[in-house]
Structure formats: C-alpha cells, structure tokens
Design a protein around this ligand. Sequence first.
Ligand code: PDD
Length: 284
Amino acid sequence: MAGIAYVNGAYLRSSNAQVHIEDRGYQFADGIYEVCLVIDGRYWDAEGHLDRMDRSLKELGIRQPMSRASLRTVMAELLTRNRLKDALVYMQVTRGVAPRNHPFPAAGVTPALVMTARRFNLDDNDARAKKGVKIITQPDIRWARVDIKSISLLPNVLAKQAAVEANAVESWLIKDGKVTEGSSSNAWIVDDTGAIITHPKGREILGGITRETAIACARDLQIRVEERPFTLAEAAQAKEVFITAATVLVMPVIAIDGQKVGDGAPGPIAAQLREAYKERARSA
Ligand code: PDD
C-alpha cells in the first residue's frame, strides 16, 4: 500500500515500514485493532471507536500505547501526511516485542502501535447501497470472546473468503441456529411490523460502533428496535435485511444464500437509516 504509515513513533513510507519478527501480534495475534471512517477530514464516531479500543486493551491486559489526546494527534497527522479527506484508518496495538513465549512478557514491554490510512469513496459506497449486496451463511466457529476486537481473525477471514467465492460480499455467522453477526459487520433484519432486530451485545458479537449509532438513529426515527437473536428462517421471511460497519455504513442486503430478500431490492427502512446515520455521524 502506498502512503505514509505511523509505526511505533515514526511516520514512514508504507513500503519502508517494518515491524519486528517477534512482535507478539505477528506470532500470537496478541493484539487489538480499530477501523475508523473519515469523511471530509472528520472522523466519524471516533470517541466510540477509541472507547472500544480502550476496552479491548483492558480485556487483554495490554497497556495503552499513548494517551487519547496523543492518539488523536497521530490520527490527524496521518490524514495530513497522506493528503486524505475521505479515508478508512486502521489502528492496531499489539502487546509488543519479546522472545516467543506464551505468557505475557515481563512488565515494561512497550505496546506496538501501527496506523495506516487508505482512501474511501463514499459515492461508490452509496452506489453499492442503492443496488444492495448479496450474502451467504457460514457456521460461527470463532472463540468465545468475539466482543474483544482482537486481530485474531482467521475464522472471519475464512468466512469472508467463502462469501467472495460465492460472489457475495459477506457471510453471516450461524451459532446454535441463530445469526450472530457478519464476518466483518453486524447483522439486522426488519420484521413485518417494521421493527428492526439485531443480536444483543454480549460476548457472542462485536459491539459495533455503527450498530450503536444506527440504534440511536432508529429511535430518533421512531423505529422500534429489538435487540435479540434471530434465526435464518426469520431472515428469510424478513421485509428487509441489512448490515452495518464502519466500512459499509448501513448496507442493504438483497439475497441470502441465493434466496431473494423481499422483492430482491433494497428496502426503505435501510435507506432511511443509512441517511440518518450519515447525518448523525457528520454532525457528531
Ligand atoms: N469490522 N462485527 C465484526 C466481526 C466486525 O469485524 C466489525 C467491523 C463489526 C462492525 O463494527 P463497527 O460498526 O464498529 O465497524 C461487527 C471492521 C470494519 C474490519 O474488521 O474491517
């Protein structure tokens, strides 16, 4: 990837940037990450992402790499140096570098922080939302703490690859007959009363920041929100289906496992929520 990356205190050309071979992220996936959307030079839902980053670090006992104010400075500097106004910013913190050994290294190891930015095209994303996307389903074979935004994403990678091979953009993960979430997004349906349903927060899903904002938007729009697990059969009968994430905002789904959702076109509730989400995130 071209551009400038922040790597452990330095701004480097990505092509020259290096991390140590004994970084625990590389050897054990011992780290966490965040993906933040930037539109017109402004981070959307940044506080939510930084709060979740603090939580993930705390859950894994990894030290904060720097204060929030310093993180904000790096986030801003990264955009300036890459001359980006619309971007997806990736932040990763690992426990640091130490000779390979499973237990945490002795206190004093410095967490490693890497940040990259890549261009995001909101118009393309909007165009995709007008058409809607197709998804498939896969078994949820992940560990029992997916509420932590860990960089250990192999099951998610396999599920996403299965989607790509089926000409779809996402896999919904199925556990005990219920849809938990997507491989890199939260999962939603609209029932025949017009209520929206999404899996409750807890250890079985990642508490999406876009999900939180979408719930707030729905409440503003007087759309009823039910936070409960739902089945694939309910999704098959749903009036609308959509996914949320920083990378897709609110994205309508038009087919699941090759079966049309509703009449096979994006529905009004997802469209309304997408617009409301954009408004809210812009003014946050
Ligand atoms: N993923 N669930 C999973 C498993 C995710 O990986 C993501 C985001 C979400 C949505 O979270 P948010 O609304 O905070 O983006 C839910 C990022 C975008 C990624 O891995 O690229």
